[in-house]
Ligand binder design. Sequence first.
Ligand code: UDP
Length: 434
Amino acid sequence: MARVSTLAGTRLPRRVATLSVHTSPLEQAGSGDAGGMNVYIVEVAKRLAQAGVEVEIFTRATRSGLPPTVEMAPGVLVRHVIAGPFEGLSKEELPAQMCAFTNGVLRAEASRSPGWYDLVHSHYWLSGQVGWLAKDRWGVPLVHTAHTLAKVKNRQLAAGDRPEPKSRVIGEEQVITEADRLVANTPIEARELIDLYGASPARVSVVEPGVDLDRFTPAAVGREEAARVAARRRLGLPARGYVVAFVGRIQPLKAPDILLRAAALLPPDLRDEVTFAIVGGTSGSGLDLAGLAGELGIAGMVRFLAPQDRQSLPEVYRAADVVAVPSYNESFGLVALEAQACGTPVVAAAVGGLPTSVRDGRSGLLVNGHDPAEWARALARLLRDPRRRAVLARGAIEHARQFSWNRTAAGLLAVYRDAVSGNRSQGFELATAQ
Ligand code: UDP
C-alpha cells in the first residue's frame, strides 16, 4: 500500500523513484542519447520537488569515478547505478544489463526505511522493464512515459535507418500492459498507445511537455533585428543575410540531410544569402553532413556548431530567421517550442507531436513529407516574406506561452495523485492542475 502525504488538500506521493536507464539527466542534451527526454526529466523533477514531492532519478553510470549520488537541485537526487561497463555500451546493448540495473535500484531502496518510494515513474521502455519489477516488489503504482514507440518509429523510418527490433516492441507491450498509468505527450501518442499497443484508455493521460518561459524569451519588441545581429556575432554566424537553424541530435530520424538537400534546391539568388546553422552532435549511426554538403556543392552555406547548453540556446534561436524541424518522427518536439518561445517561426514536418507544438499558419508552417523540393519551396517563400515572418513570430510567442514546465509538472502531479489513490480516468484525458 503506497504511503502518501497530504499537500494543499490533495494526496500526493512523498517520494518518487524516477527511472532513466539509458541516459542521465546530468548529460548535455543535443548529442548521443541525450535529448528531449533528459530536458523533460530535469525540468519536471525540479518543479515536482518545489511542490513537495522528492524525486530520486536512477540512471546508469557511464563513467568511472562518478559519485553514487548527486544532488541536482533541492529535493532532486541523481543515483548512479553500476550496470555493465562504464563506457562503450550502446542503447541497443542495454537490455543485457537490465538485471544488474534493477538489482542496483532494489538495493538502493532496501538500504532505506521500508516504503521509501510511493511511486515509480519510468521513462522509455528500458526503464519501464525495471519499473515493472520495482512496482511489484515495493507494492507501489508504476507511471510510464514511453517518449518514443517502436511501432510508430518503424512506420516512419528514414531511408537506410535501422528498424527497431521485435524485442523492443515486445518489451514495450509488456510495460504498457503492466503500468498503472501511461503518460502520453500528445493526444496522438495517446491514440497510438491505445490503437497500436492495446492500452486501456482509462489508464492513459495526456500531459504535454513544456518550455522554460523564463529562459526562452523573445528579444524586446523593436529590438529583434539588433538582438539577431548580436546573437549571430557571438555564435560566429554571418551578421547579414538569412539564417536557417537546425537544433538537435544528428541522426537519420531528425533528417538534417533533407534540409541540406533543400538548401541545394533554393533559387540561386537566395542561396547566396542563406546560411544553414546545424547545431548538435552525432547520435546513433549519425550522418556525414559535411560530406553531403560537399557533394551538393553547398559547403559554403553550412555552419556546424557543437551542442549548446541551455544558457546559449536562446541566442541560437534568436539568431535564426527560421528554425527547421524536418524530423521523420517527433513525439513532441521541444526544439520547436523553444524556438517559438524565442520569437522564431518554425518550419516543421507534419508528423508526430509537431502539429501540436507548431500551429500551422499561425506560429510556423508544417510541411507534408520529406521531399527536399517541397522543403526548399516552403523555406524560400518564408525567407522572402518578412511580413509573414513577423506575423508568424508574434504567433509563435503566443503559441509557446501556452506550454510551460509548471503546467507539465501540475499535470503529472494530477496523474500521480490518481495513481496513488487508485483512481482511473474515464478514457484518456488531458491531465491538468486542479
Ligand atoms: N538541445 C540542447 N543543445 C543542443 C541541441 C539540443 O540542449 O545543442 C536540447 C534542446 O534544447 C531540446 C532537446 O535537446 O530541449 C531536444 O528535444 P527534442 O524534443 O527537440 O528532440 P529529442 O532529442 O527528444 O528527439
